[in-house]
Design a protein around this ligand. Structure first.
Ligand code: ADP
Length: 172
């Protein structure tokens, strides 16, 4: 039987515990899970693609069937290229649903061999997003419950360089 490969695509700017929870659960459902770090999303980023990949790799290192890769262009084209038949996405609140629904239908129209499955967030991460992490952190709040210590360190380094970095977007 061929291995079931799934792709979990996103910006991961930076990866946080809500993402990690989805990765851990999806990694139990599929033989292999590729975390696809989208190089140029349509939003302002704090971390470069190399930084986002390094953080995702470091924080997911204990999951043997998970691999982190960068991609650009169409998500379904990348899925096809790596042999993934399933896209994994996470759902937090109702407002996520509309966007995920639209993206799932669009992706299916682009390639009907690839399906999307959405995993419901763990309730403790329902209001957690990369934007919230960045906003709270940059305003001096404690985000240690929201992301891995390595990602927290990376945020601290950014703040060290920061006066010049006008990066926070309101939505993600
Ligand atoms: P995007 O793909 O919109 O850039 P992100 O990189 O922030 O989004 O997230 C990638 C995926 O992870 C999306 O499906 C998003 O809904 C999901 N996700 C983000 N935060 C959480 C969370 N706290 N709980 C569950 N899923 C989440």
């Amino acid at each position: 039987m061929t291995a079931q490969i799934a792709l979990y695509p996103g910006s991961f700017d930076p990866i946080h515990y809500g993402h990690i929870d989805i990765v851990q659960r999806a990694a139990r459902l599929f033989d292999q899970l590729i975390v696809g770090v989208y190089g140029r999303p349509n939003k302002r980023l704090l971390f470069s693609v190399d930084e986002r990949i390094a953080l995702a790799r470091a924080t997911l290192a204990d999951l043997p069937n998970v691999e982190v890769r960068a991609y650009e262009g169409l998500t379904v084209a990348f899925a096809d290229a790596i042999g993934a038949q399933v896209l994994v996405r996470g759902l937090r609140v109702i407002s996520d649903f509309e966007l995920e629904y639209q993206m799932a239908l669009t992706n299916r129209q682009l390639n009907d061999h690839i399906d999307t499955i959405c995993l419901m967030t763990n309730h403790q991460y329902a209001f957690l997003s990369a934007s919230v992490v960045k906003e709270v952190f940059m305003a001096g709040g404690d985000v240690s419950q929201m992301l891995h210590p390595l990602a927290l360190k990376a945020l601290e380094r950014k703040r060290g360089q920061a006066d010049s970095v006008p990066v926070i977007s309101i939505r993600d």
